[in-house]
Ligand binder design. Structure first.
Ligand SMILES: CC(C)(COP(=O)(O)OP(=O)(O)OC[C@H]1O[C@@H](n2cnc3c(N)ncnc32)[C@H](O)[C@@H]1O)[C@@H](O)C(=O)NCCC(=O)NCCS
Ligand SMILES: Nc1ncnc2c1ncn2[C@@H]1O[C@H](COP(=O)(O)OP(=O)(O)OP(=O)(O)O)[C@@H](O)[C@H]1O
Length: 201
C-alpha cells in the first residue's frame, strides 16, 4: 500500500512523517528529493540556471540558493509554474524509483510525503490520501515562527497552494494537528489501525 501524506505548508507533514518513520514505515519525501534533483550536474540544475540566471546560485559553491529562488517564485506565479515544470517530472521519477526500492526490500507499506499531491493531481500515484490539517490561522502562525517569515511572506507561500480546507475533499482520512502532538499521534494510530497497517510500538 502507498500512503500519500499531504497537507498545507507548515501543517505538520514532516512532524507526522517522523511519527510514521518511528513506527517503522519508510518515507519517500518530495521535499528531500526536490533538493537532490537540483544539485549541480543534474539536468534540472542546468535548466533552472538557464531559466533564472546565475544570480540564483550561491557564490561559494554554485549550488542553487533556495532562499533567493524562493523569494522569486513565491511572488510570481508564472515563474513558480516554470520552476515546477522543470523540477516536478524529475521529482516524480525519483519518488517512484525510491518507492519501488522499498517494496523490493520487502516493505508492505510506503509513505509518500507530497506537499503538492492534490495541486499536481498525483492522487493516482497513491492508494490512500492522509491529510494533515490545521486551520489557516494556525498554519500562518506556525509558518511565520518556523521560517522567520513576515506575515506577507507567509501568506504568499500559503496562497501558492490550494487552500487547506479545499484539500479535505480529496482526503481518505484527516488528521487534525492543532493541539498537542500526543493527540495527533492518537489520531494517526487510529487511522493506521483502520487501514490494517502494522506498526512497531
Ligand atoms: C522554491 C524553493 C527553492 C524554496 O526552497 P526552500 O528550501 O525555501 O523550501 P522547501 O523546498 O523546503 O519547501 C517548503 C515548503 O514549501 C512549499 N512549496 C515548495 N515548493 C512549492 C511550489 N512550487 N508551490 C507551492 N508550494 C511549494 C511546500 O509546502 C514545501 O513543503 C523550493 O521549494 C523548490 O525548489 N520548489 C519547487 C519544487 C517543489 O514543488 N517542491 C514541493 C514538493 S514537490
Ligand atoms: N501539534 C503541534 N503543536 C505545535 N507545533 C507544531 C505541531 N505540529 C507541528 N508543529 C510545528 O509547526 C511547524 C510546521 O510543522 P512541519 O515542519 O512538520 O510542517 P510541514 O507540513 O512538514 O511543512 P512544509 O510544508 O514546509 O514541509 C514546525 O515548526 C513544527 O515543529
Amino acid at each position: 500500500m502507498i500512503v500519500g501524506l499531504t497537507g498545507g505548508i507548515a501543517s505538520g507533514k514532516s512532524t507526522v512523517a517522523k511519527m510514521l518513520n518511528d513506527y517503522g514505515l519508510p518515507i519517500v519525501d518530495a521535499d528531500v528529493i526536490a533538493r537532490k534533483v537540483v544539485e549541480p550536474r543534474e539536468i534540472a540544475y542546468k535548466k533552472i540556471v538557464q531559466a533564472f540566471g546565475e544570480e540564483i546560485l550561491q557564490e561559494n559553491n554554485k549550488y542553487i540558493d533556495r532562499k533567493k529562488l524562493g523569494v522569486i517564485v513565491f511572488q510570481d506565479e508564472e515563474k513558480r509554474l516554470l520552476l515546477n515544470s522543470i523540477v516536478h517530472p524529475a521529482i516524480r521519477e525519483e519518488m517512484k524509483r525510491e518507492t519501488e526500492n522499498y517494496f523490493k526490500k520487502g516493505h508492505e507499506t510506503v509513505v509518500m510525503d507530497i506537499p503538492l499531491l492534490v495541486e499536481s493531481n498525483l492522487m493516482h500515484m497513491v492508494d490512500k490520501v492522509l491529510l494533515v490539517y490545521v486551520s489557516p490561522s494556525i498554519q500562518e502562525k506556525r509558518l511565520m515562527k518556523r521560517d522567520n517569515f513576515t506575515l506577507e511572506e507567509a501568506r504568499q507561500r500559503i496562497e501558492a497552494q490550494m487552500p487547506i480546507d479545499k484539500k479535505k475533499e480529496f482526503a481518505t482520512e484527516i488528521i487534525y494537528n492543532e493541539g498537542y502532538l500526543e493527540e495527533t499521534k492518537e489520531q494517526l494510530e487510529h487511522v493506521l489501525s483502520k487501514w490494517g497497517i502494522k506498526i512497531n510500538h
